[in-house]
Design a protein around this ligand. Structure first.
Ligand SMILES: CC(=O)SCCNC(=O)CCNC(=O)[C@H](O)C(C)(C)COP(=O)(O)OP(=O)(O)OC[C@H]1O[C@@H](n2cnc3c(N)ncnc32)[C@H](O)[C@@H]1OP(=O)(O)O
Ligand SMILES: O=C([O-])CC(=O)C(=O)O
Length: 380
């Protein structure tokens, strides 16, 4: 007698599946906390330059003064854009989404890296760490130019007398804003940098697990981040705010959205059930911007939609909810919001590519087949 076949346990969306170990960050829904290499993210956001957080994610420790100075020197030296990258960007239609521009540009950077062709050039950890810093240094110029060209503006050359956050704003707007704005921007970058096995990071790890190169992993991760269930939500929040208009209309708008079974972007999370650990820090940064730009109307709309949503669904905002309006106040146009997330998250993605390849196992789950049983091909 043959044993009855037991069906494998299908975990749709891999919900609740622990796919591997990681030493990079810990998302703890029980304590509603997020640690980068052991440090609470809100403490890093309160005090650390983004360059120091990047070093922490890559190397496991905060940098010494000398290490930070060396990373700053290297990052600043790697900022200028190659003409061939600019041409690749210019070939993308102006109407295309800036995430498409970014995906193309990162792919181009991979094509331009001739060290990939060396023996073991794809997997060499030292070369890959250099590529991580290169991507980190290049992305602000690419994101900034992508916004500027859509507004008919020329690129702005990077300045090596400015830190990462200030130079990013300089290259986007051609001026460095007040410290209050710079600081809110820096906080957003720290908070967006890393979040364990989220969809885009997992994508990067899947690609890295085939022993493909880091540019391919980052290009794929950009594609995963673009969707509105993931990074695209920060843009969708601003579209919703634009549709709603004023705080007094938030409840009616929400009721209509929920009646139509539309998801409200910027709320909910696969892992956190009682609120996203990063929201308090980002909300404080948003409050500072609201005060700086004197926009209490935006704060009112934010609060009205949040309280109506929490009251109706018992689901809390995620990081994209305060980040969207914060980027709007800083002057970024809405399609640039998710590219800003990319620029920050490239630090986490590249740390995960290194971690994956240091102890690799091809990521290849099973599926349960539910199509037709075996059948004969009809004769011709
Ligand atoms: C930085 C980041 O990437 S954070 C995530 C950004 N994404 C968003 O903001 C998109 C909006 N949010 C969502 O779509 C979801 O909350 C997700 C995708 C983030 C997580 O979802 P999951 O864990 O898969 O839960 P799921 O989508 O199944 O939601 C569970 C229930 O809550 C509801 N729900 C969850 N989030 C929302 C939301 N934002 N709006 C309306 N309903 C929601 C679902 O409709 C579902 O209800 P049902 O059981 O009656 O069908
Ligand atoms: O963890 C997730 O699923 C999504 C998220 O918040 C992030 O990537 O920052």
């Amino acid at each position: 007698m043959t044993e009855p076949r037991t069906e494998p346990d299908v975990r749709k969306g891999l919900a609740g599946v622990v796919a591997d170990t990681t030493a990079i960050s810990k998302v703890d829904p029980e304590t509603n906390s997020l640690l980068y290499r052991g440090y609470p993210v809100q403490d890093l956001a309160a005090s650390q330059p983004f360059e120091a957080v990047a070093h922490l994610l890559w190397h496991g420790e905060l940098p010494t003064g000398a290490e930070l100075a060396e990373l700053e020197r290297l990052e600043r030296s790697l900022r200028p854009m190659d003409d061939r990258t600019r041409r690749a960007i210019d070939d993308v239609p102006l109407e295309a989404h800036p995430m498409d521009v970014l995906r193309t540009a990162v792919s181009q950077l991979g094509g331009l890296d001739d060290t990939l062709g060396r023996p073991d050039g794809v997997l060499d950890p030292e070369l890959n760490q250099g590529r991580a810093v290169y991507l980190f240094a290049q992305l602000p110029g690419i994101v900034a130019y992508s916004q500027r060209r859509r507004h008919g503006l020329e690129p702005v050359a990077p300045r090596d007398d400015l830190d990462y956050a200030r130079n990013f704003l300089w290259q986007t707007f051609g001026e460095v804003p007040d410290d209050a704005v710079v600081d809110a921007f820096r906080v957003s970058l720290v908070l967006y940098a890393e979040h364990s096995f989220n969809a885009s990071t997992f994508t990067a790890r899947v690609i890295a697990s085939t022993l493909s190169d880091v540019y391919s992993a980052v290009t794929g991760a950009i594609g995963a981040l673009k969707g509105p269930l993931h990074g695209g939500a920060n843009e969708a929040v601003m579209h919703a705010f634009a549709e709603i208009g004023t705080a007094d209309r938030a409840e009616a708008w929400l009721d209509e959205a929920l009646a139509a079974k539309r998801k409200v972007m910027g709320f909910g999370h696969r892992v956190y059930r009682h609120g996203d650990s990063r929201v308090p820090s980002m909300k404080a940064a948003l409050d500072a911007l609201v005060a700086h730009y004197d926009r209490p109307d935006l704060a009112d709309l934010y609060a009205a939609l949040e309280s109506a949503f929490v009251e109706r669904k018992g689901i809390y905002p995620n990081l994209d909810y305060p980040a969207g309006p914060a980027y709007h106040l800083m002057g970024f146009d809405t399609p640039t919001f998710t590219p800003l997330f990319v620029a920050a998250r490239v630090t986490g993605w590249t740390a995960h590519v290194a971690e994956q390849q240091a102890a690799n196992s091809l990521i290849r789950p099973l599926s349960q087949y539910v199509g037709p049983e075996r059948r004969e091909v009809p004769p011709q």
